[in-house]
Design a protein around this ligand. Sequence first.
Ligand code: 8X3
Length: 248
Amino acid sequence: MKTAFITGATSGIGAATARILAPKYRLILCGRRQENLKALQTELESTTEVITLCFDVRDKETVFKTINNLPDSWKSIDVLINNAGNAHGLDRFQDADLEDLEAMIDINVKGLIYVTKAVLPYLINTEEGHIVNLSSIAGKETYLNGTVYCASKAAVESISKGLRFDLQQDGIRVTNIAPGAVETEFSKVRFKGDDDRAASVYEGYTPLSADDIASAIAYALNQPAHVQIADVTIFPKAQASGTSIKRV
Ligand code: 8X3
């Protein structure tokens, strides 16, 4: 059975991906919220073998230590899903909190680099390694008030493209997934728990769900070995670009 390593598995797209992959993969579920990880492990362990790793992707030392301390039987990883990431605030650059800007670079860019570096030695061992990076439409289009969030996702896009060069010789496929509006905890985190403001992002149309993105990830993973889905942009039907959403 193949093994999938999923970051940000405590909720949203990460948890939905764990659920969709469970029948075919052993799962290494990573995240910061131990309770959520354990609940998902309990839910899925009648379907597959599951282990959990509780760490913050920003904590470089812990990322490497935890991954290098995986039991030997889990040190052969087929699929890495770099899903951990979020947005903090939606403000003009000059008004944004510097700590929020740093957090987005630290989590979305540096955290992804740490996890990928730490997992790669165990991925390169496998026959059909595959990395899936969760970017965003924000990585393709910069929008007002999103300067550093968009920059962090543009970096993810570049890393996906670069890894395709770097890992070509190792036969590892790299898929970049760029969602538009997906209703998860994303906006609650961006707006720091302001539920009304978060809900307003998804009003007047049907947004994507975490399951919609998980099924795109499964689609990329389920291709024959010679097929590499390089890039997938996914919008709700009502969305035409990063900033154009038709609401009723
Ligand atoms: C999440 C989607 O539209 O807020 O990355 O950039 S958006």
